[in-house]
Design a binder for this molecule. Structure first.
Ligand code: DQA
Length: 151
């Protein structure tokens, strides 16, 4: 059974209202609805978690070992600052996909550095809500390649 943990980082609860010219008009509920629809169709299980707090995200990832086949994460602003989230992903040894709505390489200089990128299988950045959909596809494939068969 494929079970994927989806983590939305800080301020993503404000999507829809937050800088729509950068992040689009989709809300986090809208994104989650699309992810859940794909999960249902592909007969996999998702757990979706959003937090504005670094320690909560670290705890969630730290407890994920042996519970999830893959991790799909938009670390949001923590992408650029959090050694703790980076180390948590590295510690649990679950294949991970990093996603961003905006193209982090086409914005301010400080966004060009992801501390997370070196501990994930790959990164998808700049496709708006589709970044999550492509990311989920990638996470499912990683899980399958790790031997987590669909039930
Ligand atoms: C983001 C990009 C980050 O730089 C920013 O801090 C976010 C959202 C994105 O999805 O484009 O909060 O991760």
């Amino acid at each position: 059974m494929i079970k994927i943990l989806v983590i939305h980082g800080p301020n993503l609860n404000l999507l829809g209202k937050r800088e729509p010219e950068i992040y689009g008009k989709a809300t986090i509920e809208g994104i989650n609805k699309k992810l859940n629809a794909i999960a249902k169709k592909k007969k996999i299980t998702l757990e979706i978690f959003q937090s504005n707090h670094e320690g909560e995200i670290v705890d969630k990832i730290g407890g994920a070992r042996d519970k999830y086949s893959a991790l799909l994460i938009n670390p949001a602003a923590y992408t650029h600052t959090s050694v703790a989230i980076r180390d948590a992903i590295s510690a649990v040894n679950i294949p991970a996909v990093e996603v961003h709505l905006s193209n982090i390489y086409a914005r301010e200089d400080f966004r060009r550095n992801s501390l997370i990128a070196s501990v994930v299988k790959g990164q998808i950045s700049g496709f708006g809500i589709d970044s999550y959909l492509y990311g989920l596809d990638a996470a499912i494939n990683l899980a399958k390649n790790n031997g987590h068969e669909l039930c």
